[in-house]
Design a protein around this ligand. Structure first.
Ligand SMILES: [Zn+2]
Length: 347
């Protein structure tokens, strides 16, 4: 159950107080007025500890024994401009009462940093039974019926088991810090030794976009942290695959990353085809592309060799950013795209 209201962003009341010397550092506005009023008021109010009153906040709603946020407690100064509504999970210590009189502290933010997209490679019913009854899960399932429904199977504040061993830009085990969306899509079939992936229908794309947009906005997720499973586990995973419409999501919904076309074209024009292919299998060049892929976000070893992990990582990069040719070979086009992305999304 969630309570949502369209309350505009509420700046946290100016209770700029240090833990050791609260009264001295109270700054201004509402808090000070309330303290002064209490000091000069009736005897009833005089009994009240003015410092306690100044800390009290009225952010809570109590319904049926549960506490809910009634205002947005996000703090834009901490890059937290999400909407913080909903129920609160609290301790219920025997013989004591946990109150929310001083709730919330300004020193908090969200644990969610990533949005990870998957395909299930199963049909709708099997996707639901697997993700709800076995050892894997996600927060949401976007099924394949063309309707208005999206299934939630894990609370956003809890960890779902969708990412496995994973890494991106210094973060590991992304189950800890991500929201996972599983999309019902058959994945791929092997045809003459090559993977043939399946399209995402238009209506499913719209559902994914609306869901992703909502999550990204609420947690203020960085575009560089909106990823596919293959980005965070390139040696193990292919999902959501090269048919996933990353470019359209970027162009139409401003979701995730995409390179600047003009920048890419300029970079491509600067790459001489002959010398590029002459050096493409040399150790210094391979080291360079490994370090560029590592810089961009992937977990990759700088081996200086075109080993299996490097080829898989290049393939994962192509699934996302060069879906027309997922060869695992760093061709000129892929190289120019990688350079353009590094310029646009530096670490
Ligand atoms: Zn996956």
């Amino acid at each position: 159950m969630k309570i949502r209201k369209n309350v505009c962003l509420v700046g946290l009341v100016a209770v700029s107080i240090t833990a050791c010397t609260p009264q001295k550092t109270i700054k201004k506005t509402e808090t000070v007025k309330r303290v002064q009023k209490n000091n000069s008021d009736t005897s009833d109010n005089k009994k009240t500890n003015s410092a306690d009153v100044s800390y009290k906040k009225e952010y809570m709603l109590h319904i049926g024994g549960f506490d809910f946020y009634k205002k947005n407690i996000a703090d834009i100064t901490k890059n937290d401009n999400t909407e913080s509504y909903g129920s609160i999970v609290s301790a219920k210590p025997s013989g004591y009462m946990v109150t929310k009189n001083y709730f919330p502290s300004v020193a908090q933010n969200f644990r969610q940093r990533f949005l990870i997209l998957h395909y299930t490679a199963l049909n709708n019913d099997k996707s639901i039974s697997t993700l709800t009854e076995k050892g894997v899960s996600s927060h949401y399932i976007v099924g394949d019926p063309n309707d208005r429904e999206i299934y939630q199977i894990v609370d956003e504040n809890k960890r779902a088991y969708h990412a496995g061993i994973s890494y991106w830009r210094g973060f590991e085990n992304l189950n800890d810090s991500s929201i996972g969306i599983e999309i019902v899509n058959p994945g791929y079939v092997l045809y003459e030794g090559r993977k043939q992936f399946f399209n995402y229908p238009e209506w499913q794309y719209r559902k994914i976009a609306a869901l992703a947009k909502d999550i990204i906005n609420r947690y203020n997720l960085s575009p560089v942290n909106v990823l596919g499973h293959s980005d965070i586990a390139p040696t193990r995973k292919h999902d959501p695959g090269p048919k996933f419409p990353w470019k359209r999501l970027y162009n139409e919904y401003k979701i995730g990353m995409w390179y600047d076309e003009a920048t890419k074209r300029n970079l491509l024009n600067q790459i001489d085809a002959e010398s590029f292919y002459a050096q493409s299998t040399t150790a210094p060049f391979i080291l360079k592309i490994q370090s560029m892929l590592g810089e961009f976000g992937y977990k990759i070893e700088n081996s200086g060799e075109l080993d299996e992990n490097t080829t898989k990582t290049i393939t994962a990069f192509q699934y996302h950013f060069r879906p027309e040719n997922c060869s695992g070979i760093m061709d000129r086009e892929t190289y120019a795209i990688l350079q353009a992305l590094l310029l646009k999304y530096p670490r």
